[in-house]
Design a protein around this ligand. Structure first.
Ligand code: 6PG
Length: 246
């Protein structure tokens, strides 16, 4: 069990403030280095506000788009133009709006023959980008990783009790059965891949997340509580989702 005393939890007034803080963190990380900036995006509905914010001023002008690289923490195995696709959501809210260079977009490819092949192709893509096939704790794969929290405690597509939680050697794996809607197979990064991040930001908003967030922050053994990083892990939560004592 861990306690919030050891966790970095920032309680903000509302979802808008959470998105603003996340956008500011991404800009700060981008400005703090000269080369490529790798951002790992989450799906679901919570981060949409953040993505729209990045595509609008002042972030639109301030972000160094040609060196910003976009990855996904998980994907639903549906066509890229399906409304359940995480890639589609990010393209609509952000990438299409800023006309992101094609070589900076690294989607989880669902035109593959199945989730297994999709995970393998994605892992290969990540290894090419990282230019190594093993993680070096001194050199993170991602500069910023965004994650959400499901009402059952899942994050990315790491569901409670899932075999994917135990994977140590692979970076991306197929998840044949999703525990929540949409009930389509998924592809997810593994815990070691998520750990190779300079900053991990969990974005959690809304009263429907209050109960599960309280449990995760109290250290219950849920997938989101298992995420760790060699860098810094921060929870950005709104008042409605935050445990009473914070
Ligand atoms: C997905 C996700 C998932 C999501 C949580 C929270 O593809 O569904 O990446 O892990 O972040 O389910 O989703 P909401 O933001 O919609 O509540």
């Amino acid at each position: 069990m861990s306690s919030t005393a050891t966790l970095d939890v920032t309680v903000l007034p509302d979802a808008e403030a959470v998105a603003e803080r996340a956008a500011a963190t991404i800009l700060e990380r981008a400005r703090s280095k000269a080369g490529r900036v790798a951002i790992c995006l989450s799906g679901g509905s919570t981060p949409r506000l953040l993505y729209e914010k990045l595509a609008a001023e002042p972030y639109r002008r301030a972000l160094p788009w040609p060196r910003m690289h976009w990855f996904w923490g998980d994907e639903r195995f549906v066509p890229a133009d399906d409304e359940r696709s995480n890639q589609r959501m990010v393209r609509h809210a952000l990438l299409d709006r800023i006309d992101a260079p094609a070589d900076t977009i690294h989607p989880i490819r669902t035109e593959a023959n199945g989730p297994e092949e999709s995970a393998t192709l994605y892992e290969e893509e990540l290894k090419r980008f990282y230019a190594a096939d093993r993680f070096d704790p001194a050199r993170a794969l991602f500069d910023v990783t965004l994650l959400g929290l499901g009402e059952d405690g899942h994050t990315a597509s790491l569901f409670p009790g899932s075999a994917a939680l135990e994977i140590r050697l692979r970076w991306a794996v197929p998840v044949p059965h999703a525990a929540v809607e949409p009930y389509v197979p998924r592809i997810t990064l593994t815990l070691p891949a998520l750990a190779s991040s300079r900053v991990v930001l969990f974005l959690v908003t809304g009263a429907n997340k209050h109960e599960i967030l309280t449990r995760v922050l109290a250290g219950d053994d849920l997938p989101a509580a298992r995420v760790h990083t060699d860098g810094h892990l921060q929870w950005l939560v709104d008042r409605a989702a935050a445990p009473e004592r914070l």
